[in-house]
Design a protein around this ligand. Structure first.
Ligand SMILES: Cc1cc2nc3c(=O)[nH]c(=O)nc-3n(C[C@H](O)[C@H](O)[C@H](O)COP(=O)(O)OP(=O)(O)OC[C@H]3O[C@@H](n4cnc5c(N)ncnc54)[C@H](O)[C@@H]3O)c2cc1C
Ligand code: FES
Length: 271
């Protein structure tokens, strides 16, 4: 039997600078990593160890795998010293994917903040790959400043897709910016879909998740239709160590995507 802790070598094909502290690593794993949108992998970073990240590329693109990563501390600092040609390791995929079968025929209202657009990009690309199966796809994205917006070019391309509706905001505009200024909830004053029949998907910093969820509930989304990426501390990724416990759940196994209905009784779920 294969050792579940054994990473698969993955060569870095390209490193794309998204913002001053966020980069997309384009990787070519030696074996297929059959991830589905929403699942995560453990990335081996030479000289550091492992850390969990979510692929941001399409699950239908099997030749390469992309991860969009923000530099915050030791693991990500070590990762950012790597360049094209270096070799990392990947084990996984782990966790449950977005239940796309439950999204069929419904409008999908996606809200992202900061680097939280990374896992949502994998979802978005999976949805547009089979766009006829779904209703309208709304994407609301907020970043701190125009400089902090990830996927600048792709966002412009995605806006041209029929059936897709995108709106953007920044907390403060320190440079040229033609869209809204304000935290991401300023894009949610009017929610243009039938909330009782639609699905909402959220990923971003904990404080953003808290206020966006509150707004979605106020607008009338049922708790079981609000999908949240719960990126708690993880270690083994295999449901063995308990590092990722969130109330009754192990987020590595039961998540990382959980519905508001599942977590609503947990005290302070967004910590
Ligand atoms: C399932 C899962 C998927 C993830 N997917 C991604 C992804 O696609 N892209 C990505 O960039 N990160 C992602 N993360 C977060 C990523 O794993 C951490 O940022 C990373 O492990 C931090 O390691 P570090 O040693 O660099 O920072 P640490 O030394 O652990 O942390 C340094 C400081 O940064 C803070 N910090 C840690 N993580 C974050 C964060 N995400 N945002 C803001 N501050 C933070 C810590 O509280 C601490 O103050 C994911 C996490 C999980 C659990
Ligand atoms: S990370 Fe070990 S149980 Fe979830």
């Amino acid at each position: 039997m294969n050792n579940p802790y054994q990473p698969i070598p993955a060569k870095i094909l390209e490193v794309i600078e998204e913002t001053p502290n966020i980069r997309t690593f384009v990787l070519k794993p030696e074996e297929d990593i059959p991830f589905l949108a929403g699942q995560f992998v453990e990335l081996t970073i030479p000289g550091f160890g492992e850390a969990p990240f979510t692929p941001s590329s399409s699950q239908f693109e099997r030749e390469k795998l992309e991860m969009t990563i923000m530099r915050v501390g030791r693991a990500t600092g070590a990762l950012f010293t790597n360049k094209a040609g270096d070799v990392l390791g990947i084990r996984g995929p782990y966790g449950k994917p977005y239940p796309l079968d439950k999204f069929v025929g419904r409008d999908i209202y996606i809200v992202g903040g900061g680097v939280g657009l990374a896992p949502l990009r994998a979802l978005f690309l999976a949805l547009v790959h089979e766009i006829k199966k779904y209703g309208r796809i709304y994407l609301r994205y907020g970043a701190r400043t125009p400089n902090d917006v990830v996927y600048k070019k792709q966002l412009k391309e995605w806006e041209k897709i029929k059936g897709v509706d995108i709106d953007l905001s920044v907390d403060s505009a320190d440079g040229p910016w033609e869209r809204k200024v304000g935290v991401v909830t300023c894009l949610m004053d009017e929610i243009p879909c039938d909330v009782k029949r639609s699905v909402a998907v959220v990923c971003g910093p904990p404080i953003m998740m808290k206020f966006v969820t509150r707004r979605l509930l106020e607008a009338g989304f049922p708790g079981e239709s609000i999908y949240l990426s719960m990126e708690t501390n993880m270690s083994c990724g295999l449901g063995q160590c308990g590092h990722c416990r969130l109330g009754p759940y192990f987020t590595c196994k039961d998540g990382p995507v959980l519905t508001w209905e599942q977590i609503k009784d947990i005290e302070e779920p967004f910590l």
